[in-house]
Design a protein around this ligand. Sequence first.
Ligand SMILES: [Zn+2]
Length: 442
Amino acid sequence: MNIRLWTKALDPLALTLLLVSLLLGCGGNSAPVGSTPRSRETAETVAVPKQSDLDRSVVELKTDVCEHKMPTYTCDECRYQVGVVKVPSDLLDPAKSGTIEVVEVGSRAVRGGTDLNAEIRSDEERSVYVSPVAAGTVRVIHVDLGGRVAKGQVLYEVDSAEFRQAKADHTRAASALDLARATEQRESELFAKGICPKRDLLEAQAALRMAEAEHRAAASTLASMGLSDAALDSLAAGADTSGLMPVRAPFSGTVLERALSLGALVQPGDRALLLADTAKVWAQTTLYERELAAILSAPPGAPVGADVTLAAYPGRVFKGTVEKIGGTLDEVTRTAMARVVVDNPDNLLRAGMFARVRLLLEVAGGLALPEESILEDEGRSFAFVRLEGPYYIRRPLKLGKKEGGWVEVLSGVSSGDTVVAKGAFLLKSDVLRSKMGAGCAD
Ligand SMILES: [Zn+2]
């Protein structure tokens, strides 16, 4: 019946009865229990006749002697009175059953550190206001706010006097080049026939080189104004007479701002249209001293990874790396700004969204135990800690924060202790107890 002691007994009366029965021994046997005096009885435990093993010291529990005149913890029938279980070695043997696993308590650096609040920002180094290279009037707009564009795509077209002039200059240069070529050709033939002096040929050759340079310059001016190679070709063929100057996307991205209207005058440097490369975005966050120290002491050249999650996309993890860290700590909050560059392949992350950042680095921490090793009884947390040999004893724990399947342990275990991890709940259950042939349970 005292199996129930191991489960969460919420009813104080039932608990009292249980503890009374414990005091009286297994199966209602009224033989006296251990001889150790209850020296640590306090006002809080007055209502409970017997002190919980969680409130007694290991030394006290270990020296307890049972009704069978043996150390209670070694007694198959009574060890539960001192919170001890026996774990047969084959339960620990991974080759046989592997039902139970133990871990050694260490000052485990907790991977993941703290979850940090962050805000998604567009990559300011990869966002640019796209304005025309020459002033003009907006005639055609090809993109909408939020639209995705490819590198080189025409965003809008501007009617520009400067562009018309550049086209005219190009046309003139092309004509001059044609003329210079023909002249050079003719002089070359005449010179070959000995009809004209070499000096005329040299002059024609020099004129041709100059015309070529001017044509190249005119063409490159047009190219810088957004004219494509194909458009240049058709221009040379006299097919293109449009005065509209295309304004192209310098890289693939998303249109984040669009302050354009048809008929408006736009000039170089205007904040006409904001284009951002959203293949990567920033998660801007603040680091506490502990995380900051861990990042700064990370091996150089190895970027610190981060998992970024958003309430908007449950279950989805966006991968990122810590790229920039503020130079100083804020005096009041003791935090530093940090920027995590996040992959955004599906363009799901938008500036202004709130996110959580988990740094993938070892943050120096205190003692920690796997979550599965921590059990609850009477509203208190405990773990099975190795006493000696196959014996494990319940020890109360004071817990810190949980992260990544581990729980920080503030007190209750020491570095080097062996604690039951996997299967700990089985030790708590009567199933395993009967399997282990424990006395009181049957
Ligand atoms: Zn006994």
